[in-house]
Design a binder for this molecule. Structure first.
Ligand code: GLU
Length: 481
């Protein structure tokens, strides 16, 4: 097999849509599986949207996901530059070639003339598709009174153009539906189809993967390849990601910008796993490591119908990935989420490292982990409901007794604490629940937490006793309503 060269070619919009990420992912997996080349190309010809900031979002998103590119921005490569706005000379050259071969022509029509022609057409054809018939298609002389022109493709009117899509199978389009589409604007900016073809062919792309909203562009692109005498690449058109209600997934339905998932505390591998499965399957396996995805991905099992976004399943996949992440890694990744809630901690903080194994099984995201370890590292904050229910005068003395009891426990470890505290409860005929919940609220501020003795061990003796005593005082002075 010849070398696999695939590309992801986003147009920066200010965020990288998870549907786009899935397209990038499948190409990336294919490249990595085949030891091929993954190219990142920025289609920045829409100068209003392609700000430095929106380009940065694309790069940051790809980097965060670990979808590394072999050629592209900041990395370079033999076929650069990798920004379309820096390749204008190349488009001009190719346009010249098409002009010379008669496959393109200069069209001097003004916007107004085209609009008038469209109106006239629709007067007699309420429905039919309008196609602008440029007088310059058939060789009219350039007008004397204007010099601005666009370069149009001289589309064939006979026959049809088709391809065997990797996902959608055979697609054929009659040529008489094609427009004489514009290749270059007067300012030298290419239109999408032309820029894409020149880039894919000069970059040696072997498979172009993109959303199926581009199916309509593929026949025009193949016509351009033919006119240039070049074999087109293969094409894979990915079904859109849909919302649960079947609409195209947008901001109205869910977080669609991939960095939003980073900020919610999702792991890149979980995002890739979830998106990979949204449209591709490998038996009934749901959870994949990155390496497994690379090994197991296959175009044969990419479905041709759209996958629906399922927030619950996404969270489940995230949870599963968090479970298997080593504790030290969870600690390191949790640090920025702690900073966000005002807790400055280092990744090697012993309290953080001790707490992680207990909170990890109870958390889904890194933000959850940060929240769950917050009372070990920072000040305690009482949830109003738990405080009102459990820190009441009748529980005050139990909290003091508990504090006194554990004063002499050595080593201050959960097994020993368990033994001593349970012995004391039995001797005093106190049910566990009478003491456990008030103590939990006293130590964590909450009614839900890891096991009581685990919490004590992580907090350490001094903090545990101080919190039990402080809570006892609060309880004693609480007024019950
Ligand atoms: N810039 C186009 C997009 O973002 C690229 C389509 C393609 O990959 O050919 O949809």
């Amino acid at each position: 097999m010849s070398e696999v060269r695939v590309r992801f070619a986003p147009s920066p919009t200010g965020y990288l849509h998870i549907g786009g990420v899935r397209t990038a992912l499948y190409s990336w997996l294919w490249a990595r599986q085949n030891r091929g080349t993954f190219i990142l190309r920025i289609e920045d010809t829409d100068q209003e949207r392609s700000t430095a900031k929106s380009i940065q979002v694309v790069l940051d998103s790809m980097r965060w996901l670990g979808l590394d590119w072999d050629e592209g921005p900041e990395v370079g490569g033999e076929h650069g530059p990798y920004f379309q706005s820096e390749r204008l000379g190349l488009y001009a050259d190719y346009a010249e070639r098409l002009l010379a071969s008669g496959d393109a022509y200069r069209c001097y029509a003004t916007k107004q003339e085209i609009a008038d022609a469209r109106d006239a057409f629709h007067k007699t054809n309420a429905k039919g598709g309008f196609r602008f018939q440029s007088p310059w298609r058939d060789g009219a002389d350039p007008p004397k009174d204007r010099d601005a022109y666009v370069i149009r493709f001289r589309a064939p009117r006979e026959g049809s153009t088709g391809w065997d899509d990797v996902i959608k199978r055979r697609i054929d389009v009659p040529n008489d539906t094609q427009q004489d589409f514009i290749l270059l604007r007067p300012n030298g900016m290419p239109l999408y189809n032309f820029g894409c073809v020149v880039d894919d062919l000069t970059m040696g792309v072997t498979l172009a993967t993109r959303g199926d909203d581009h199916v309509i562009n593929t026949a025009p692109q193949i016509l351009l390849y033919k006119a240039l005498g070049v074999e087109p690449p293969k094409f894979a058109h990915m079904p859109m990601v849909l919302a649960p209600n079947g609409e195209k997934l947008s901001k109205r339905h869910a977080a669609v910008g991939v960095l939003e998932y980073r900020d919610m505390g999702y792991l890149p591998d979980a995002v890739l796993n979830y998106l990979a499965r949204l449209g591709w399957s490998h038996g009934d396996q749901e959870i994949f490591t990155r390496q497994e995805l690379i090994e197991k991905f296959s175009w044969d099992h990419v479905g041709s119908t759209a996958g629906r976004y399922d927030a619950k399943k996404f969270l489940y996949v995230q949870e599963e990935h968090l479970r298997t992440l080593p504790d030290g890694e969870v600690a390191r990744l949790t640090v920025p989420f702690l900073a966000r809630i005002g807790i400055a901690a280092q990744a090697d903080d012993p309290v953080l490292l001790e707490a992680i194994p207990y909170v990890k099984p109870r958390s889904a995201t890194l933000a959850d982990v940060a929240d769950a370890v917050s009372y070990f590292l920072g000040e305690i904050e009482f949830e109003e409901k738990g405080k009102r229910k459990f820190l009441v005068p009748e529980n005050a003395s139990h909290l003091v007794q508990l504090a006194e009891l554990i004063e002499n426990v050595e080593p201050f470890e959960k097994e020993k604490l368990d033994e001593v505290v349970k012995g004391w409860l039995e001797a005093n005929e106190l049910p566990m629940k009478k003491v456990a919940q008030p103590a939990r609220v006293a130590m964590t501020g909450r009614t839900r937490s890891p096991g009581l003795f685990e919490v004590m061990e992580v907090l350490g003796k001094d903090k545990t006793i101080a919190r039990l005593r402080a809570a006892a005082e609060l309880a004693a002075s609480a007024t019950t309503h």
